[in-house]
Design a protein around this ligand. Structure first.
Ligand code: 4AD
Ligand code: MG
Length: 465
């Protein structure tokens, strides 16, 4: 008999037919005549109830059927009298694949803290919470590919190992095959990479943007979607050392269209979640965040507020003048802290905000320079509860301006000659941005900590599993 997944079994109404389901036992309760098994196979947050008439089974057969064990059940679909489900299975045979001893199976009881579950990340996908989060994560990936595919963008694969530091922040993990206890150095004491695998200094990418631009300047509109790595020592609920980023890059658009693309994109993804993940969202909302669904709908239905960094600073400074207290000072020219971003979004505008035209000294070398000589055409999308969810810009397309800015900022232009070539051959206005995938998942799930929206988080001092 073909096995069916529990998600499909729960929709069936052909009572009386025999089916086969397989899964892990969530709970088993009952009395000396009958057992009720809540079975879950990961296809949905919902369990199917297996009703076991104990007179039809030998004790031996059922002894190992405890919380966490894996079983296969053949039985008859029946209308359920219970409130929680409409269909259940009356077991005719049960095969036990693997036991989970109640002495040491860690997910025995419900109600473990999220912190504890991080320590057993190998098992936490079996909980309701993490099942929901990871199903939503999958759905968001599908939404992203669908959005761009429908709009004629091409999925462009940029390298993970690179010799350039796109963001210029120097927070890269090195990649080497050298023997670390015997590193070769030249007579001046510099590391000799000629014997290293790639023959040069290499590291894990912090962003696919530079190569993404090469794609956009040929295919017109591309997006990347892959892992990125930052060795920044930020132990916060919003930073990972390994995270996934989606980076669209489009030729012949400027910042206004880039902002609209960003808004359309995140609204499409959130709407996708509302249409396809409601069981999981409802569960997470009930458990962690009562306002989640309203917040998601609000973001889908409302335009994002657009203003410049300078206007944002004015708003923050007048709030301070009226008595608002921030931990960090607000000065034109310094980067906004998350508390400032959240004030603008959550208290002042009460909706997502797109800030543009940041001071050039706090942004990367590749951003298009404004005529004021002080600001660049950057854009950050700020979200309630999250702060920065997207960072992007219109790119500097002028070869001389770009080269000069790279030199001013200490970016070694000889290493990015290939990038600069796009400005020498058929340069054109273009723009793009990067969405932090896990920050989107945080927003959609209502979870509080970025370690809880990626299966196996990498953070300072932690790379287990
Ligand atoms: O603002 P960032 O650094 O922008 C770039 O990397 C550009 N190259 C993007 C582009 O224009 N193509 O990063 C983009 C986004 C941030 O807005 C944030 O959502 C996420 O990536 N992000 C992180 N997410 C988790 N952990 C970290 N350490 C992150 N750093 C950035
Ligand atoms: Mg940024």
């Amino acid at each position: 008999m073909d096995r069916i997944i529990i998600k499909d079994a729960l929709k069936r109404t052909d009572y009386g037919n025999e089916v086969n389901v397989k899964g892990w036992v969530r709970t088993r309760r009952g009395n000396k005549n009958v057992s009720f098994i809540a079975l879950n196979d990961g296809s949905t947050i919902n369990n199917i109830q297996i009703v076991v008439d104990l007179s039809k089974f030998r004790d031996e057969q059922l002894k190992g059927v405890t919380t966490g064990s894996a079983i296969s059940v053949i039985g008859v679909l029946a209308e359920s009298l219970g409130q929680e489900q409409s269909v259940e299975i009356q077991a005719t045979s049960i095969e036990l694949y693997g036991t989970a001893s109640s002495d040491d199976y860690p997910l025995q009881k419900k109600g473990h803290t999220l912190e504890y579950l991080r320590e057993i990340a190998h098992l936490r996908p079996r909980t309701n919470t993490f099942g929901a989060v990871f199903r939503i994560r999958h759905n968001m990936a599908m939404a992203i590919h669908t959005f761009f595919h429908q709009r004629g963008f091409f999925y462009f694969h940029t390298p993970i190992i690179t010799s350039s530091d796109c963001e210029g922040a120097g927070q890269m993990f090195q990649v080497t095959t050298q023997n670390l206890s015997d590193i070769k150095k030249d007579p001046q004491g510099n590391i000799d990479y000629s014997t290293d695998f790639f023959g040069s200094h290499t590291a894990l990418t912090v962003s696919g943007q530079l190569e993404g631009e090469l794609g956009a300047m040929a295919l017109g509109a591309i997006y990347t979607f892959g892992p990125t790595f930052r060795a920044e020592n930020s132990n916060t609920p919003r930073h990972l050392a390994e995270f996934w980023m989606i980076e669209p890059e489009v030729a012949f658009i400027e910042i206004a269209e880039n902002m609209q693309l960003a808004q359309d994109f995140v609204q499409f993804c959130i709407n996708w979640a509302l249409e396809n993940c409601m069981d999981d969202i409802k569960f997470l909302s009930k458990m962690y965040d009562k306002e989640l669904i309203d917040r998601l709908k609000f973001v889908v239905d409302n335009d994002f507020e657009r203003l410049t960094y300078t206007e944002g600073i004015d708003i923050l400074q007048s709030a301070i003048a009226k008595g608002k207290k921030f931990e960090f000072p607000v000065d034109w020219g310094t980067d906004l802290q998350s508390e400032h971003e959240r004030y603008l979004v959550e208290e002042h505008f009460k909706k997502p905000v797109i800030l543009t035209d940041y001071p050039k000294d706090i942004k990367s070398f590749y951003m298009k320079q404004n005529d004021d000589g002080k600001t660049v055409r950057a854009m950050d999308v700020l979200f309630p509860k999250i702060g920065e969810i997207i960072g992007g810009s219109q790119r500097e397309e002028d070869f001389d301006k770009l080269t000069k800015r790279a030199e001013e900022m200490g970016v070694p232009t000889k290493d990015i000659w290939w990038y600069l070539d796009t400005r020498r051959f058929g340069t054109a206005p273009h723009a793009g941005f990067g969405l932090g995938f896990e920050r989107l998942i945080l927003f959609v799930t209502g979870m509080q900590n970025i370690r809880d929206v990626i299966p196996f988080p990498r953070t300072p001092k932690s790379a287990n599993f």
